[in-house]
Design a protein around this ligand. Structure first.
Ligand code: URA
Length: 211
């Protein structure tokens, strides 16, 4: 499904795994495994339009020309810390991709995202960027991350999350209407504590077992 630059990946396998992750009884181990599998499946959709180039290949029978992607032109940017959980799955299907990290925390007074870490590959202007964070909730971190990345002038930027909500989509699209959002679901709403409902709880805590 696609709407206003939002791609909801409603493949049955994606929806099935997401449902298992929502269950509060899912162990840290199975949450992490499911996230990894989901990330692989979502990468399939997110990379649907990446450029390919022709190469010569010799099969056991004859020479042929066939197509490959140039994985290193892709940069997966993980928003710390929860983005890491998606990153592993994506790298297992595009192992040549480069990786960037951006660390942001929420200032308790202003509630704005403050950057504490930023490390990207060189020559970002030659690369297509895919920013990952499991939950697009208020949108503050995603908006700040994309703003910062735009300073480096990459060829393109996409944003990938597992779950979002109407408030997160609206905020992101207002700030960055040019950045497509890929998600497995748009849930009902954001609560007053910044959690997505019905959601799956705190993605970072659930994947790392920190609560
Ligand atoms: N971050 C999370 O981990 N969960 C939410 O529901 C919202 C933001």
């Amino acid at each position: 499904m696609q709407n206003n630059n939002v791609h909801v990946i409603d493949h049955p396998l994606v929806q099935h795994k997401l449902s298992l992750m929502r269950n509060k009884e899912a162990s840290t181990n199975s949450f992490r495994r499911l996230l990894n599998e989901l990330a692989m499946l979502m990468t399939y959709e997110v990379t649907r339009d990446v450029a390919t180039q022709e190469v010569d290949v010799e099969t056991p029978l004859e020479k042929t020309r066939t197509r490959v992607i140039d994985g290193k032109k892709l940069v997966f940017v993980s928003i710390l810390r929860a983005g890491t959980g998606i990153l592993d799955g994506m790298l297992s299907v595009v192992p040549g991709a480069r990786v960037g990290h951006i660390g942001l925390y929420r200032d308790p007074k202003t509630l704005m995202a403050v950057e504490y870490y930023f490390k990207m590959p060189h020559n970002m202007e030659e690369r297509d960027v895919i920013v990952v964070d499991p939950m697009l909730a208020t949108g503050n971190s995603a908006i700040a991350a994309v703003e910062r990345l735009k300073e480096l002038n990459p060829k393109s930027i996409k944003f990938v999350c597992l779950l979002t909500c109407p408030e997160g989509v609206a905020a992101m699209q207002k700030a960055h209407p040019d950045v497509p959002i890929y998600t497995a679901a748009i849930d009902r709403e954001l609560n007053e504590h910044g959690y997505i409902l019905p959601g799956l709880g705190d993605a970072g805590d659930r994947m790392f077992g920190t609560k």
